[in-house]
Write a protein that binds this ligand. Structure first.
Ligand SMILES: Cc1cc2nc3c(=O)[nH]c(=O)nc-3n(C[C@H](O)[C@H](O)[C@H](O)COP(=O)(O)OP(=O)(O)OC[C@H]3O[C@@H](n4cnc5c(N)ncnc54)[C@H](O)[C@@H]3O)c2cc1C
Length: 466
């Protein structure tokens, strides 16, 4: 039977009407993968684009009656393969549910559909004096996808990650029940927190059809410091000291020298750093300070520069606003630079902030021992290191990665800080997670989705894959 002949396709097509269901060759290549380096592209039975919660519930009900698995899709910018379709499944794409339903200025919240992108929300808030302060690097990502990966990004060091800003959800469960969790309230002590449970669940527990996010006041004064250090260890060691000084940077990002060269070339960046400083620089720290008043900004910038000088910085450059924006944008695109350079793996281990220096030492030893090349950058203020791993031999790479993840967990860290487990990090996650934790997680999955129809095979590595 051709994929397009399957009864689930016929029923969804007639139920939703023309143009809402694509099947077979009509499915765009984009809908068949996310941005994982390992994404091969899988064509599902069909892709549906619901426009309302009722339509999502209808689709889930039809899939249940045909016992067909569902993979939710936001913008497909995920880096772990979590949105990879199943050949026998239905993809529910949320890009047609992209309305900003409400910006509530008094409660400082926004209520949005899951397909709203970060860029759209940012634009909609521009004139309000408020903003949604979670900025994972790819602004075309959807809020629904951010919720399901618990996305982080550069500004998490000050503002926290998605989990810290989502206070309410509307969900469609695997049996098509529609329910709400949380709301506009800033706190709750009323039973298990199902909002938090669904955040980071990678589409395995429910489909998210509405999100209520907490907003923050925009801070109008900003200065960006580009700081040169002679050793990577000196950068990572400086971070806890800078934070302890109470400066509350909005971004604390490290880039090793190789990564800085790569992103600078790709974006034609030029900061006017003297050649002799660049020659001595092994790693860079980017510090964004944001304040309510210009006077506070001046004081904080001076204090940060003085502290960084004391901590061994070769030089501190305060960037003009346009250069600062260009640097942050180029850093956000570091993944594409690594991909173009032929990276074989991207790792986003998170360790306690104070353990980053030692962990990066272990990383360097492992690279040498296994004959790999690794370069990196990351949200060092959160202890989140992004490593591009270059080692084409798959078997040697697997051994290296196993040791790299094990070292991260041994340092008190986690396999993924923000990209999620999906398919790509399943192997290290399953081998390193406490079996009692995994068993509890699988039990929770069974309560939400007893038939294992929602994104099976991802995150927990269990359930059906057909
Ligand atoms: C260049 C680049 C830079 C990036 N930088 C960062 C970064 O700094 N920090 C960071 O955290 N991430 C980063 N990412 C990863 C990515 O942007 C995030 O993972 C983002 O949250 C994914 O959103 P999406 O809409 O593309 O989700 P998708 O990739 O479409 O899906 C992600 C997961 O969410 C599920 N899902 C999507 N929508 C729903 C829904 N409505 N209901 C239920 N499940 C759903 C999917 O099934 C899948 O499991 C980066 C990606 C790129 C390409």
């Amino acid at each position: 039977m051709a994929a397009t002949d399957h009864p689930v396709v016929a029923e969804l097509t007639s139920g939703l009407g023309p143009g809402r269901v694509t099947a077979g060759e009509e499915i765009s290549a984009d809908d068949c993968h996310d941005e994982s380096l390992h994404a091969l592209g899988t064509r599902p039975r069909c892709v549906v684009r619901p426009q309302t919660t009722d339509e999502v519930a209808y689709v889930v009900g039809v899939c249940a009656s045909h016992d067909v698995p569902i993979v939710a899709r936001g913008s497909g910018t995920g880096l772990s393969g979590a949105a990879t379709p199943l050949a026998n499944g239905v993809v529910v794409a949320f890009d047609a549910m992209s309305r900003i339903k409400e910006v509530d200025l008094d409660n400082q919240v926004a209520v949005v559909e899951p397909g709203v992108t970060l860029r759209d929300l940012d634009d909609a808030l521009a004139a309000t004096g408020l903003r949604y302060p979670v900025y994972p690097g790819e602004l075309s990502g959807s809020i629904g996808g951010n919720v399901n990966t618990n996305a982080g990004g550069m500004r998490a060091v000050r503002h926290g990650v998605t989990r810290n800003h989502v206070i309410g959800l509307e969900l469609v469960l695997a049996d098509a029940t529609v329910l709400r969790t949380g709301g506009k309230v800033m706190k709750s002590s009323s039973g298990y927190d199902l909002t938090q449970l669904v955040i980071g669940s990678e589409g395995t527990l429910a489909l998210v059809t509405e999100v209520t996010v907490r907003l923050a006041s925009a801070l109008p004064n900003a200065s960006t410091l580009l700081v040169a250090f002679p050793e990577l260890g000196a950068v990572t060691a400086a971070v806890p000291r800078l934070l302890a000084a109470g400066l509350a940077p909005s971004i604390l990002e490290y880039l090793d020298a190789v990564t800085m060269v790569g992103i600078s070339r790709a974006a034609s960046l030029e900061f006017g750093v003297p050649d002799e400083v660049t020659a001595k620089t092994a790693a860079w720290l980017v510090v964004l300070l944001e304040t309510r008043t210009a006077a506070a900004l001046e004081a904080d910038t001076e204090a940060a520069a003085a502290i960084l000088g004391d901590l061994g910085a070769l030089d501190v450059f305060v960037l003009p606003p346009a250069s600062a924006r260009a640097l942050i944008e180029a850093r956000e695109r570091a993944f594409y630079v690594a991909k173009a350079a032929g990276a074989d793996e991207i790792v986003d281990v998170v360790v306690p902030r104070a353990a980053v220096t030692d962990y990066l030492g272990v990383v360097a030893s492992l690279a040498e021992a296994h004959g790999a090349f690794m370069a990196g950058c990351g949200h060092v203020g959160d202890g989140n290191v992004h490593l591009s791993v270059y080692l084409p031999d798959e078997s040697r790479r697997t051994t290296l990665l196993d040791e790299l993840f094990a070292a991260g967990v041994a340092a008190g860290g986690q396999v993924s800080g923000e990209h999620g487990i999906g398919l790509d990090k399943l192997r290290p996650y399953l081998s390193l997670v406490d079996p009692a934790v995994l068993s509890l997680q699988r039990g929770i999955k069974a309560v939400f989705d007893p038939e294992g129809r929602l994104n099976p095979g991802k995150l927990l590595g269990d359930g059906r894959t057909t």
